[in-house]
Design a protein around this ligand. Sequence first.
Ligand SMILES: [Zn+2]
Length: 475
Amino acid sequence: MSESRNAGDVDLVVTADLMVPMTSEAVIHNAAVAIRDGEIVYAGEAAACSELKAERVIETRDSVLLPGLVNAHTHVADHIYGTLVDEADISESLYEVIFPLAATLDDELQYAAARLGLWDALRSGVSTVCDLNMYADATARAAAELGARAIVAEKVVEYRMDTPPSFDRSSRTFTMKWDRTEAERLLQLGIDLVDRWHGHPLISPAIGPLAPDHLSTEMLLECANAAEAHGVKLLPHIAQTTAEGVEIRRRGYDGSIRYLDAIGFLSPAVHAAHMVFVDDDEIAIAAERGISMSFNPISMLACRCFPPIGKLMAAGLRIGFGTDCFSMDMLADMRPAIYAANFFGVNGAGTLKAYDVLRMATIGGAEAIGLGDRIGTIEPGKRADLVLLDLRDPQLLPITNVIEAVVYYGSGRDVTHTIVEGNVVYERGGLTLANEDEIFAAGREAAAEWLRRNRPRLDASALAARIDKRVYGRS
Ligand SMILES: [Zn+2]
């Protein structure tokens, strides 16, 4: 940044044996990336930039350099639920655990929980999250503090958290105490968030209507109008559960995409999570309207369902890869994603390959969340979001194809460095901008406090038998 600096000087050079820039399937050997002011100024063979003077050089052996992973659908603070959501169909846990217990959350608890989730993200090579939650400002602050890139949106629903939808397992339907005033309040919080974080180098605010069945037609359109007025994305869940289908049918439509199209909600600003219960005509409508989506394989398996991912890809949707409310280790999710997709979801449109998934997890996700011109590939002009993996892992040998090795056998444990906006924010086991011990202690205290607040409700629920209070309540 100093004006006297030579044109050739850079802040950081990173070298690696192998680099997959994700501009194609090409792999560069003996590679280097040079970074100045957070921007990639060179990416290619190391020999060609050996003359560059760099303030810092990270020289690695037996390594592969990839674009930082883009997690296209997250709720980083949902770590606080622990495994309470896991031993059931998640589409039931949503109504029986997440919605009723959310009323006791607050900004402070969400901040502590978001830091846990973002720590998990950075150590797993995830440089960008796309997050929808309550108290989204806490997530934005946590991301800025740890140095992660984040799209954040305040969750907008049309009921009060202390009177959440009640779910009937036998009919798989819910009843809702609609509250327009609360939805308007939450949308205003979302708009305030957009105003507050607009122009931040790491944080891109968005508008977060939770799902078409949790908002009236009028409020869905209010959200879409707000996103359009501010030039930001919309991050709804769409076509996630059968209960959603029931509510949409009650409104007179067969399918959420058909309904959202009819009311004029769909546009390229919409980045939808899930897209499971969509028929062929709806897939064509979604593609026509230019919406993007996140493919969240593990959370959909937890919901006992799976999207028709092959058809969605064939239709040309921009598709990212998301971990939803689970572990942020995208690499670990890739192998089961491919196996499950090829078992349930391809529907005759070809076979999902390692490169397809890695593309979704990098440039595909970046394009889907509207950051494709800034991140997602390693090439000059892009912001410097990178992940370095150590290939000295017994599971990775022998490497006959580095993309396949990373996708089928890689995991967060292989990540040595995560770089965001040219800053090394995770390095060989530790965060560089924040203290893990403090984050862990605060996270554990927040979990204990949250348990205390929910004790009467949990003790009266079917979940009580599964909670070891001596462990979970410890602070
Ligand atoms: Zn979600």
